[in-house]
Design a binder for this molecule. Structure first.
Ligand code: NDP
Ligand code: MG
Length: 381
């Protein structure tokens, strides 16, 4: 069997290291041919010694020499889009807007994009969509909810006619059930203590504010072309039902598994064939209950802000995604309170210029502008 060549952008992170776990478990089927980090050169060197890729990319130029001298015979680059040529499947596990060049280059090259980096699709939806039509290009979501929806949608032979609504599940994060009043002054450690998933810091904070779910609503709209009125969020604290599709006849199909990102990663690598390692298998004798409740959008305003930006379209999603990155970083640096994250995003969106992007440069400009506006908002806090 010819091995599928896998490139991992962001290999030192939570999704990146779990991708390597999947390849370890399925080494007959997959081979890692390229890896990238930003600054974690020690991690990269260790990974390269184990997986023997042809290429490694370090996007922080200060780390290049160290990596090059530790890995003789391996091509070392500072350009993340070099990953694409070395692979059949590119896993984009970079965090934040920095993931956009890899998303763009992979689709443009007509390759499969296993997309964890939701921010690139959310910010650049209008310019990513046409790239998905490149011959050979294929976007398979790694985000667990979207991977679930992708699986549920396979049960329909006429998605346009049969899909009623998409139901995204949300764990509710560490602050589920709390009110605004008792969220004043929560610490960084409290916000980072996710009850069901272990993830990188940015998405963990996004989960605590429900901005992650808001971004995922936009991601679902972009991926599956479903109207915002037909995308619903439901809180499901156990994180076992990863999302559901309700069809026109009232039937709901859901995807269930234990919360383990290696399942959606393996799905995106192997699609349309399922891998043989059962990463998320459920012990039904132990699973006693599955709960569902509506989200509290008064307390977790980021969810409503994201719906609003999604409906506005154009560069509005890019603006809230950028403002969110600025606000989360400010929170993690101790500059603002947790409750102010939503304030910063909302005030930035109020300054949105209504621009409509037609190329990647427009998205980059929107991101720059939104960060500048969010910075101004922050300084007024
Ligand atoms: P981490 O913070 O754990 O890892 C981020 C990775 O991106 C690291 O390898 C980091 O390298 C690299 N990176 C950071 N900045 C840059 C940059 N400027 N240019 C290139 N690479 C960079 O994040 P996660 O793995 O948690 O998340 C990655 C993506 O996956 C996010 O978009 C997130 O929303 C999404 N996702 C994550 C899930 C999870 O379970 N973690 C679940 C669903 C989606 P270095 O170490 O050198 O800084
Ligand atoms: Mg998710």
């Amino acid at each position: 069997m010819t091995q599928v060549r896998v490139a991992v952008g962001g290999s030192s992170g939570s999704i990146g290291t779990q991708t390597l776990d999947v390849v370890r478990a399925e080494s007959e089927q997959f081979r890692v041919t390229a890896l990238s980090v930003h600054s974690s050169s020690d991690v990269l060197i260790e990974q390269a010694k184990e997986f023997r890729p042809d290429l490694v990319v370090v996007t922080n130029p200060a780390e290049i020499d160290r990596v090059a001298s530790a890995l003789p015979g391996v091509t070392v680059s500072s350009n993340i889009t070099d990953l694409v040529e070395a692979a059949d499947v590119v896993v984009n596990a970079v965090v934040g807007f920095a993931g956009l060049p890899l998303t763009e280059a992979t689709l443009r090259a007509g390759k499969r994009l296993a997309l964890a980096n939701k921010e690139s699709l959310i910010a650049a939806g209008p310019v990513v969509q046409p790239l998905r039509k490149t011959p050979g290009a294929e976007l398979v979501p790694v985000d667990s909810e979207h991977c679930a929806l992708h699986q549920c949608l396979r049960s329909s032979t006429n998605v346009d006619r049969e899909v009623g609504r998409l139901v995204l599940t949300a764990s509710g994060g560490p602050f589920r059930g709390r009110t605004r009043a008792n969220l004043a002054g929560v610490s960084i450690a409290d916000a980072l203590a996710h009850p069901t998933w272990s993830m990188g810091p940015k998405i963990t904070i996004d989960s605590s504010t429900l901005m992650n779910k808001g971004l995922e609503v936009i991601e679902a709209h972009e991926l599956f072309n479903v109207d915002y009125d037909n995308i619903e969020v439901v809180v499901h604290p156990q994180s076992i039902v990863h999302s559901m599709v309700e069809f026109s006849d009232g039937s709901t199909i859901a995807q269930l598994s234990m919360p383990d990102m290696r399942l959606p990663i393996g799905y995106a690598l192997g699609f349309p064939t399922r891998i043989r390692t059962a990463f998320g298998a459920i012990n039904w004798q132990e699973l006693s209950r599955l709960d569902f409740a509506p989200p509290d959008t008064e307390t977790f305003r980021c969810l409503s802000i994201a719906y609003e930006a999604g409906r506005m379209g154009g560069t509005a999603p890019a603006w809230i995604s950028a403002a969110n990155e600025v606000a989360v970083e400010a929170f993690l640096n101790g500059q603002i309170e947790w409750l102010q994250i939503a304030d910063v995003i909302e005030a930035t969106l109020e300054r949105h210029d209504g621009s409509i992007p037609s190329q990647v440069a427009d998205i980059v400009e929107a991101d720059r502008k939104a960060r500048a506006e969010a910075g101004t908002v922050l300084r007024s806090k």
